[in-house]
Design a protein around this ligand. Structure first.
Ligand code: CTP
Length: 210
């Protein structure tokens, strides 16, 4: 299969030197990409800015903003068989990004924000028989929320994790499937979790690693 993976945070500019973003390190998304490659799949990795080295063998598209991520994903989605959206997309962006650096005296005390597009929901709307998998970052018991997102975004499965997973090396995941199936993965290192997850979603490894 050719799988589209989104990873990392997005950055939403306020001016040429400032942005809104989040704590995502990209680790989970990169680990999923690596696990897919290991399992014999082709990967298009659309990634926000991270400090990580991209997995060898992936076709990597670097983006900054949610709108750039959407455009890149749209371009590649037509040639992919599945999408796994791990990116922590900023839900809002500043209504205006200044062309030159804002000076201390210019700054308004309130920031006007506008909603960003939902990348995964946009792709999954046209998925047909292709596989669409999301991640849900929830504080507290997020199962209900995760189910809501799975249905609302037309997904085949959603992976639930807690806010402590962001930026951390280890995590515990819950996999919820559209058919009602549930599985708990971990606690374990993200690399290990990613392999288990890929196995659950895409079946066993297809070709031995050379
Ligand atoms: N997602 C996306 N585009 C967005 C927001 C989220 O593609 N603008 C994807 C994420 O990559 C993830 C899933 O949707 O796979 C759920 O993301 P999450 O941030 O948990 O949910 P939201 O839809 O943003 O909902 P909320 O902020 O209300 O929790």
């Amino acid at each position: 299969m050719r799988v589209l993976v989104t990873a990392g945070p997005t950055r939403e500019p306020l001016d040429p030197v400032r942005y809104l973003s989040n704590r995502s390190s990209g680790r989970m998304g990169y680990a999923v990409a690596r696990a897919l490659l290991r399992a014999g799949h082709k990967v298009v990795l659309v990634t926000g800015p991270t400090a990580l080295r991209p997995p060898a063998g992936a076709s990597v598209v670097r983006v900054e903003t949610a709108r750039e991520m959407l455009a890149a994903c749209r371009r590649h989605w037509r040639n992919c068989d599945a999408v796994v959206a791990v990116a922590a997309v900023a839900d809002w962006r500043p209504a205006r990004a200044a062309a030159v650096k804002l000076k201390r005296g210019d700054a308004a005390t309130t920031l006007e924000l506008v909603a960003n597009p939902d990348i995964l929901a946009t792709l999954a709307r046209t998925k047909g028989r292709r596989l669409a998998v999301g991640f849900a970052l929830e504080s507290g018991d997020g199962r209900q929320e995760a189910w809501r997102k799975l249905r609302g975004k037309n997904l085949d499965a959603i992976v639930l994790n807690g806010p402590r997973a962001q930026g951390a090396a280890r995590a515990t995941l819950q996999l919820l499937r559209a058919d009602g199936g549930e599985a708990r993965l971990g606690p374990a290192a993200k690399e290990v979790l990613a392999r288990r997850l890929v196995r659950c979603l895409f079946g066993p490894r297809r070709s031995p690693k050379v």
